[in-house]
Design a protein around this ligand. Structure first.
Ligand code: 5GP
Length: 188
């Protein structure tokens, strides 16, 4: 997706440890016009999959997920990072956060992720795949079916994409970063 690649090269900043900062258009300040184009691209790439629900993890996945849900006219559910006392039929899993370097328990209600659901998972980044694997665990626990996983940015020098594709998951990443060494952004 050329417009996204150009924007990453123009406004992205890279940090020690293979972290790409895109907080001027995705992670803090957001560009809804770009997000709309991102969502249109996801709709095109997953048009042959059977999907009746979009799922993401708070917080940065919510903006692209809701745009995709709006375009596909489907409900959007987000996995929560704090467990509300009031959640009914809670399913949980543990996810290791790459950027915060800690484990946390995430949850979703089985009321909103059910055996009837065919899920498209949307997130901002794919790094080591921990969030995505946590999502697969929740989908398995719920009895739902995974139809695909879409990421705005995949860092190909970390292993998440390889792990998911080896599991035969339909993965689509709109910008693939091959390298961030020496703080130089190399996009495929
Ligand atoms: P993973 O679970 O695949 O290891 O990491 C994905 C999650 O970590 C994403 O949801 C994203 O929030 C965060 N993340 C991983 N790498 C980066 C990065 O380079 N930049 C930013 N901004 N977030 C990242």
């Amino acid at each position: 997706m050329d417009i996204l690649k150009k924007r990453i090269l123009q406004d992205g900043k890279c940090y020690e440890g293979g972290i790409l900062k895109v907080d001027s258009f995705i992670n803090h300040q957001m560009d809804p016009m770009l997000m709309h184009k991102i969502a249109q691209e996801f709709v095109t790439r997953f048009k042959n999959e059977r999907i009746n629900k979009i799922v993401t993890i708070e917080a940065s996945g919510i903006a692209p997920a809701i745009m995709v849900g709006y375009l596909m006219q489907l409900p959007v559910v987000f996995v929560k990072k704090k467990q509300p006392k009031t959640m009914e039929n809670m399913l949980t899993t543990t996810v290791h956060s790459f950027t915060k370097d800690r484990d946390y328990t995430v949850c979703i209600s089985n009321n909103f992720l059910t055996p009837e659901d065919h899920v498209l998972f949307i997130d901002d980044f794919l790094a080591y795949g921990n969030a995505a694997l946590g999502m697969i665990d929740l989908i398995n626990k719920s009895g739902a079916t995974l139809s695909g996983m879409g990421f705005i940015i995949e860092k190909a020098f970390q292993d998440g994409g390889k792990i998911l594709r080896e599991k035969d998951v339909h993965v689509e990443s709109l910008a693939i970063i091959d390298d961030l060494s020496n703080c130089e952004i190399k996009i495929r």
